[in-house]
Ligand binder design. Sequence first.
Ligand SMILES: CC(C)(COP(=O)(O)OP(=O)(O)OC[C@H]1O[C@@H](n2cnc3c(N)ncnc32)[C@H](O)[C@@H]1OP(=O)(O)O)[C@@H](O)C(=O)NCCC(=O)NCCS
Length: 173
Amino acid sequence: MQLKLVSPKEEYAELFYLWRTQPTFIKHNPLKLQNLEECRARLLSEGDDLQSSTKCEAYRWFIELGGEIVGSVSVSNRNEMMKIAEIGYAVDERFQGKGIGSLAVGMLVTKVFAETDLRKLIAFVHDLNIPSCRLLEKVGFKKEGLLRQHYLINQKPENEVLYGLLREEIEAP
Ligand SMILES: CC(C)(COP(=O)(O)OP(=O)(O)OC[C@H]1O[C@@H](n2cnc3c(N)ncnc32)[C@H](O)[C@@H]1OP(=O)(O)O)[C@@H](O)C(=O)NCCC(=O)NCCS
């Protein structure tokens, strides 16, 4: 599969917003961004250079498949003291179930460990988001715990599974 992680462009804001209105996203994720303008502002605030000395609140790349933008992956909550960060990802519903998410998150993890000295990546996943749990396990993340009623999703408290991946787990042959 010809998959690339590419830098954000302002024109991707509409797609980025569209994915947030799709049922698989709404069902399992807190809706932090409510409209196109908030999505545009978020993209403009994020970085794409993990090695830059100017640290950003979040970093994002878009997933390109055969010239088409089909999803995005991100790094946030980068903690330089603890050397950990959190990842996020979404694939357009029209392209889900084809292995794109697993491949793109695998590429993200390789990139982050190659370009930073972070020790560990974590992800929070709604415990009913089976594709997302499977994706992380395929990439090598381990389930570390269940956070009870941790996020409000559609005004309802929902459990989140905490997943973690250590640098040495990805570098091991
Ligand atoms: C989670 C998400 C990124 C997965 O993307 P994807 O491109 O469909 O992932 P993959 O095709 O690599 O599939 C990953 C695993 O999920 C499984 N899967 C995919 N869609 C599924 C579905 N509808 N039902 C059950 N399992 C599913 C796949 O079979 C695969 O497991 P397998 O290899 O053991 O068969 C995508 O569902 C998504 O964008 N969801 C909305 C946003 C979101 O929830 N992001 C995660 C926040 S923590």
